[in-house]
Each structure stands twice: as structure tokens, then as C-alpha cells.
Design a protein around this ligand. Structure first.
Ligand SMILES: CC(C)(COP(=O)(O)OP(=O)(O)OC[C@H]1O[C@@H](n2cnc3c(N)ncnc32)[C@H](O)[C@@H]1OP(=O)(O)O)[C@@H](O)C(=O)NCCC(=O)NCCS
Length: 250
């Protein structure tokens, strides 16, 4: 995230929650950055899923939106007012411009959470390049009052079956290693752990450090599935195998 965006988020947080909470929040973020900054990467082979929609309790409903105009003003307001409204609206616009879909999960017709998908690429530089028929799932959120009821796995499972009808390759998602809620949630989906890694973007170049003991596992998972040809600033998995000397120790 750009420094200006981080400052903007911090300012909004300070205005809403005051000095004490902001300091606590800042200290948690600093600890996570210093001691727990690795992301756990997951993949799902879409060709193994049936394309029919998953079993969903009758009180839950999932909607897919491909443009901001599609979303009701109330839903948009709930999504954007949750943190920094200006930044959130900018992000939403940008994601739709790239061709992303926003999936909303509703509990008894009330917005309870959301998640995004983008096919063939990622919004931000990623750990490896995606192929045209790969899908990235990102930025999942369940509003606090609905957490712990399995909504996120329902949403992820529904999305996976939905995108399996369009793409036959792989879906990818990641979760921060400190994010036990998201890690627990993903265990209830067909996603399987691929590896864990850190990435840094410096002057438009993304450097990825894979966890050492998982690098071979990650290589094996992809050996029969060559990724997209070179040409983007993102590093490919194959590139990563060649630079494993820089891989960190666990
Ligand atoms: C991560 C998140 C999407 C999970 O959604 P969810 O619908 O609550 O998921 P689940 O119902 O599967 O619960 C997953 C875990 O959340 C934790 N949890 C349960 N109740 C909770 C509550 N009231 N509040 C917070 N976390 C809770 C539990 O660890 C649970 O796992 P367990 O049932 O094995 O103990 C949600 O917690 C969230 O929006 N978090 C903030 C944003 C985020 O971290 N997004 C993911 C990264 S993109």
C-alpha cells in the first residue's frame, strides 16, 4: 500500500477512534510488519470443482457486481464507510476498471460481507504471474456482527464454483500469517496451502522471498502448469526457483 494511502487510513482512524486506540492499532500494525509479515498463499484447482452453485443456506444470498453502477447506494455506503470512504471508492473504481468483480454476501437481505475476484492478473504486484485462466480472490471482509458464522467460507465456496464455470485453471488467495480468522475460514474451502512468502515492492520492482522449506512444494505444485509468458513487472514462479538463493530461512 502506498505511504499516502497508509497516512490517509491512519488519519481517518484517528478521527473516528481517538488517540489511545490509534496508538494501539499502530503498535499492532508495527508488530505484524516486523514479526509476522509473511503471507500464506493458497491455490485451488478449478477443474476439480463442479460448476454448479454450492449449497447455500436459504437465508444467505450472493450477488456478483461488475461495475459500481450495479451496486445499490446503501450497499456501497456500507462498504466504503467501513474504513476510509475516499480511498475505498477510489479502490473500487480502479478494480472495476481492471475488470474485477465484487461479490456481496447477504444475510436475510442485509449486506454481511464481500470479496473480490480478478481474472488473469492481480491489482497489485503479486508473488508470481497469473495465467489468463487463473483467478485471484482478494480483499474479503465480513462485517463484525456476522463473523464466526461461516459466511466467509460460504462466499468463497460460492465464488469458486461460479468462476469454475468460466476459468478452468487455478484460483489463488492469500492470508497474512497472523490472520487466524481468515486461515481458519479458508480451511473450510477447497483452497490448499501452496507456500508462504514475503514481498517488497521497491521502485516498481517486486522482490519475493519464499519460505525455504516450502519452495520445493510450491515448485512441484506448478511443474505441470506453466504460467504466463514474461512481460510484466511481476516475478514468475519459475523466476523464483532460479533465485532461491535469496530465499529466507524459516
Ligand atoms: C477473516 C474473515 C473474512 C472471516 O469471516 P467469517 O465469516 O467470520 O469466517 P468464519 O465464520 O469461517 O470464522 C473464521 C474464524 O473467525 C474467528 N471468529 C469466530 N467468531 C468471531 C468473531 N465474532 N469475531 C472475529 N473472529 C471470529 C474464529 O477463529 C473462526 O474460526 P473457528 O470457527 O475455527 O474458531 C472475517 O473475520 C473478517 O472480515 N476479518 C477482517 C478482514 C480480513 O481479515 N479479511 C481477510 C483478509 S483479505
Amino acid at each position: 500500500m502506498a505511504i499516502s494511502a497508509s497516512i490517509s487510513r491512519l488519519t481517518v482512524y484517528y478521527k473516528r477512534h481517538g488517540c489511545g486506540s490509534t496508538l494501539r492499532r499502530f503498535s499492532i500494525a508495527a508488530r505484524r510488519t516486523l514479526f509476522s509479515s509473511r503471507m500464506v498463499l493458497f491455490y485451488c484447482d478449478l477443474s476439480t470443482l463442479s460448476s454448479s452453485t454450492s449449497e447455500m443456506p436459504s437465508r444467505l444470498k450472493v450477488e456478483r457486481h461488475r461495475s459500481q453502477a450495479d451496486i445499490s447506494p446503501q450497499d456501497l455506503q456500507e462498504i466504503t464507510s467501513f474504513w476510509n470512504p475516499d480511498l475505498a471508492r477510489r479502490n473500487i473504481n480502479h478494480r472495476f476498471e481492471l475488470g474485477a468483480s465484487l461479490w456481496l454476501i447477504k444475510f436475510e437481505d442485509k449486506l454481511a460481507g464481500y470479496g473480490w475476484t480478478l481474472r488473469g492478473r492481480t491489482v497489485e504486484p503479486h508473488y508470481f504471474r497469473l495465467g489468463q485462466d487463473d483467478v485471484h480472490l482478494f480483499d474479503f471482509h465480513v462485517f463484525p456482527q456476522y463473523r464466526g458464522r461461516g459466511l466467509n467460507p460460504h462466499l468463497v465456496n460460492h465464488i469458486l464454483r461460479g468462476v469454475a464455470a468460466e476459468c478452468q485453471r487455478r484460483a489463488f488467495i492469500e492470508a497474512a500469517e497472523w490472520n487466524q480468522a481468515q486461515l481458519a475460514s479458508l480451511r473450510r474451502t477447497p483452497f490448499r496451502r501452496l507456500s508462504s512468502a514475503r514481498k517488497f515492492t521497491i521502485f516498481d520492482h517486486t522482490i519475493v522471498c519464499w519460505a525455504r522449506d516450502e519452495a520445493m512444494e510450491q515448485k512441484n505444485a506448478f511443474k505441470n502448469a506453466p504460467l504466463a509468458a514474461a512481460g510484466s513487472k511481476q516475478t514468475s514462479i519459475t523466476d523464483q526457483q532460479e533465485s532461491l538463493q535469496s530465499t529466507e530461512a524459516q
